[in-house]
Structures are given as structure tokens and as C-alpha cells.
Design a binder for this molecule. Sequence first.
Ligand code: ADP
Ligand code: MG
Length: 363
Amino acid sequence: MASLELKNVHKSYGAVNIIKGVDLTIHDGEFMVFVGPSGCGKSTLLRMIAGLEEISSGELLIDNRKVNDLTPAERKIAMVFQSYALYPHLSVRKNLAFGLENLHFPKDEIARRIDEAARMLGLEPYLDRRPRALSGGQQQRVAIGRAIVREPDLFLFDEPLSNLDAKLRVQTRGELSRLHQKLRTTMIYVTHDQVEAMTMAQRIVVLNAGRIEQVGTPLELFNRPKNKFVAGFIGSPRMNMFPAQIVATCADGVEVQCPSGNRLVLPFIGTVGQNVTLGIRPSHCELVEEGEGIALCVDRCEMMGHETFIYGRMGGIDDEMIVHLAQHREFAAGESVFVRFPPTYCHLFDGKTDDTLPRCTEH
Ligand code: ADP
Ligand code: MG
């Protein structure tokens, strides 16, 4: 078990800054997910925590002790990568034993740990097989098992499910969550997939271009994104966003004019004339009668049986808007539908900074 603290951590390769000042606390026993687009520095940050990459400046503390200069082994960390990196000529059992044998663990202790890990991961039937005779999912479980037998204080996972097919990814993601509930060891899990982050994390760190955009629980990020980046990154399908302008202020907040000419009163604090981005998630849009909402011209409609996605265009905007309905409906291309944006589900971002405007009720 371990807590972790990063204080103003930087990483540069020559003149290129990759990690630009990360401050973060991870609690003992927490399942923390780092998420962000490809190339934002997730692996670099994880490798610095593991001790595989030097920290250019700043401090890394494990259990309140500075570990910048400790080797990976001294940090009591185990890491699982996207590529399984198993020894092809060794059996599963030997693959699991390898690291412990190198550290001269007693034979019966090695056997005990392998039995326990194999039971936890459902690997008992495969212990005498070579990796080649296993599916991708089973190979990845061996890689996870190799981390478990080390009984580390901290697990690091770098996109461990990326090589698995969609169905197996969903299954293994559930298994990893259960594993965390069982072991209660601190885990840091890196992914570019926001669905993985939302479903597995106790807290999520959203990274963008070497900086933290926001840290919070999945629901905090979904309901109260700090800025346009987090709002657009978390949630699928993506939040609809379009430019708008504040044309008046009133007791209930601000009056916002959409490109279609429609005006909405939203519970935010802003100034008259301020350019903003209005955001609304597809599942928060409501269909209403003609004249009660904003007109949307339907481009196409996806009918999934139990839910419906409408793709359409609003007056004055080129970008496609998506409306998600939790039931079956049918619409034809070219048809107009009318959409209401419930004010409490709307997001407003400043046009210059992209930060979320303060909400009336939160003051
Ligand atoms: P992610 O895991 O989020 O996809 P990485 O941490 O792998 O991103 O990489 C972040 C950035 O750092 C990328 O632009 C990458 O090209 C750069 N980078 C990674 N490793 C090195 C290196 N050894 N030398 C120079 N640049 C690197
Ligand atoms: Mg990576």
C-alpha cells in the first residue's frame, strides 16, 4: 500500500518540454486513471513514477518519502504494459516465477504467490502452457499475474487492454476493477479511452499537452467539467458545442443568443457582449413540439432499437449536432425536429479562456 505525491514535476527531452509542472496527490489504496489524447505525456508520467525515466525537476514522494533517486526495484512498484512481453520459451508458471527467482525468493513462497495469483486471475488451467498457446486476453492476464506475484505497494498499468478486442476489453476491465477491490493496493491506470476511465476509476486525471486539466471523480468530470477540453473529452457521444454570445444579464443568470437567433436564459455569471461556447450533451437534449425549442434539420437518424441518435444541423452552425433519445423513434432526412436545452444541463465556456463560467447557484 502506498500514497503518492507529485510536486511540480517536469520532464524535458533537450529543449522540448513534455511534462509541464504536474502537482498531484494519489491516496493510499486508490484506483486512479490518467486519461488524455495520444501524445499528451501519460506514459512519460507513469514511467517517471516507475523510475524508468528520470524526473527533470520537481519531487516524487511515495509514502511521504522522496524517491526521485531510487531505482525501480527500490520503489516497490510493478508495471504492466500494453505489450505483454512474456518469455515465449517459458511456461506460464515459469513466467510468473521468473522475477521472484531472480530475487532469490524461497521456492515455497514463490509457489504460494503463483497459486494465489493464478486463482485470482483464473489462470490455473494454463500454468504449464507456453504463452503462444494462450489467447491475447490470457497472455495479458499472465502479464498482470507477473505484477501481482511481486506483491508491490503500487501497480502501474499503461494501456494494458489496447491489444484486446472490444468484448475482451470490457470483460478484462471488469476483472481489473474486481482485482483492485480484492487487493486494495494503490493502482494507476493509463488509457486514452475515456470510457475505460469512466468505468474503472475512483478518480480521473485528465491530461492535455503535459498539463493536468482536471482531477475528479468520473461524475464530477462529467457533470462539472472545468473547461471546454474536459467537457469535450469526457462523455460519448461528444458534447455538442457551438459559439454564442451573452446579450443580457438577469436575475436567473445570463441571456445567451445562439447562432440560430434563439435566446436562452442560463444559470451562469457573465457579462453582456461576452463571447462564449454553449455546450449540451446529446443525452441532455429534449425533443419538444414545434415552436417550443430550437429547430434542427435532420441529416440522418440511427435507430438502435432501444435508443435513437439524431444527427442534424441547427440554423447558423456548420457543425453537426447529435441528439440522443433513450427510446425508439424514427425520423427522415430533411425533416425538422425541435430541441430544448434544459438550462441546468447546459455548459457555458468563456470564448477566450475556454474555462467554464461560474454558475449562479454555486455562489
Ligand atoms: P502518451 O503516452 O500520452 O501517448 P507519451 O508520454 O508517450 O504520450 O509521449 C509524450 C510526448 O513525449 C510525445 O510527443 C512523444 O513524442 C514525446 N517523447 C516520448 N519519449 C520521448 C523521448 N525518449 N525522446 C523525445 N521525445 C519523447
Ligand atoms: Mg502512452
